[in-house]
Design a protein around this ligand. Structure first.
Ligand SMILES: *Cc1c(COP(=O)(O)O)cnc(C)c1O
Length: 384
């Protein structure tokens, strides 16, 4: 089945007990285990579910759905994208070394550079768009490479196949944050990655109404290592949030298609605007990473960014734009304009931000489901 069909016929489309068209929301902390203790039923198998931190039928549905969509062996749900990231990093040990792309999600970088650093997990940051930098950073204690493509907020492209080849040669695990692309557009496990991570808060949930995260592993064995952290660390989501993500995922394909069409339209039209300097979007023919992106993903996604010619123009845009919320986050049905220097990347020292190209003229757009012509008119008045 193709992804569009798989989103609907995901194995959980009809509940076997009630025949409901959907996954029951099982709101419980614990499960009755009496059958297991009944001497007349000696030899009964231990119950599948015993305590809801360890497992819950609603959560199991989401975990199996995301594993199927990413073409992986096992999936795990977490209370946030960052909980998925930090729990996954919990499979490593003090003294291990991780190579991370320098422009992975700010929160992922921070957990590596603060919390895990204190616990003795070493990290080297490299330019993810230059696979050779990964090769040069490999040390005897290197265990994994952490990648994200397209990057945030400048939409740089990492050559997944080239990076995975280098990592595999050295026996390293490859972790890919696939939040921006979703399994509809990019499936890193099919390219050889070992673990795929998601902030389900973004496109998977899709409606800006839930915080959630997911991890998918390429093998059952790796899955068991993540399960040990999921259960032991306990950063699990509640069933209601899980249910919202399951519901959101059903419309993922049509949302991605419509939102990408708007991103394609706006990115092209905005770069003709006199107050706009540069537009960053892998859907544009002259994007430096376009050929690589097209070789590993089936669409450019719904996020792009642009630089205005002055900081004043950027601030005026954010204050005056009406149809986009000036906010953090992305991937919802609503268009969102964010200002990385004061939002997602505010904690990076100014000199480092400048080096990375994250200037006070940079605005990131997550295209929503509004009519694209209305968005363009609104963006124009906000720039003018
Ligand atoms: C938002 C985001 C995260 C973190 O997810 P939360 O749900 O906010 O914890 C991780 N990676 C990427 C690429 C993101 O955009």
């Amino acid at each position: 089945m193709k992804q569009g069909t798989l989103l609907i016929h995901n194995g959980y489309e009809i509940d076997p007990a009630s025949k409901a068209l959907g996954v029951p929301l099982i709101q419980t902390s614990t499960f009755d285990q009496s059958a297991f203790f009944d001497p007349e039923k000696a030899g009964a198998k231990p119950p599948e579910f015993d305590y809801a931190r360890s497992g819950n039928p609603t959560r199991k549905a989401l975990e199996e759905i995301i594993a199927k969509l990413e073409n992986g062996a096992a999936g795990y749900a977490f209370g946030s994208g960052i909980a998925a990231v930090s729990s996954t990093l919990g499979i490593f040990s003090t003294g291990d070394h991780i190579i991370a792309a320098e422009d992975i999600y700010g929160g992922s970088y921070r957990i590596l550079n603060t919390f895990y650093k204190r616990w003795g997990l070493e990290m080297t940051a490299v330019d993810g768009s230059k696979p050779e930098e990964i090769r040069r950073a490999i040390k005897p204690n290197t265990k994994a490479v952490f990648l994200e493509t397209p990057s945030n907020p400048l939409l740089k492209i990492c050559d997944l196949k080239a990076c995975i080849a280098i990592a595999k040669e050295a026996g390293l695990l490859v972790i890919v944050d696939n939040t921006f692309m979703t399994p509809c557009l990019q499936r890193p496990i099919e390219l050889g990655a070992d673990i795929v991570l998601h902030s389900a808060t973004k496109f998977l949930g899709g409606h800006s109404d839930v915080i959630s995260g997911l991890a998918v592993t390429s093998t059952e064995e790796l899955g068991k290592r993540i399960y040990a952290v999921q259960n032991g660390f306990g950063a699990v989501p509640g069933p209601w949030d899980i249910w919202l993500v399951i519901r959101g995922i059903k419309t993922l394909k049509v949302r991605m298609e419509a939102q990408e069409e708007t991103a394609q339209f706006l990115s092209r039209r905005l770069r003709e605007h006199p107050r706009v300097d540069t537009v960053y979007y892998p859907g544009l023919e002259d994007h430096p990473g376009k050929a690589i992106h097209d070789s590993q993903a089936s669409g450019a996604g719904a996020v792009f960014s642009f630089k205005t010619k002055s900081a004043e123009a950027a601030l005026r845009f954010l204050g005056r734009v009406k149809l986009a919320a000036s906010a953090v986050s992305l991937g919802g049905v609503e268009t969102i304009a964010s200002y990385p220097v004061q939002m997602s990347h505010a904690s990076i020292p100014p000199a480092e931000r400048q080096r990375l190209g994250i200037t006070d003229t940079l605005i990131r757009i997550s295209a929503g489901l509004e009519d694209k012509e209305d968005l363009l008119e609104d963006f124009k008045q906000a720039l003018d």
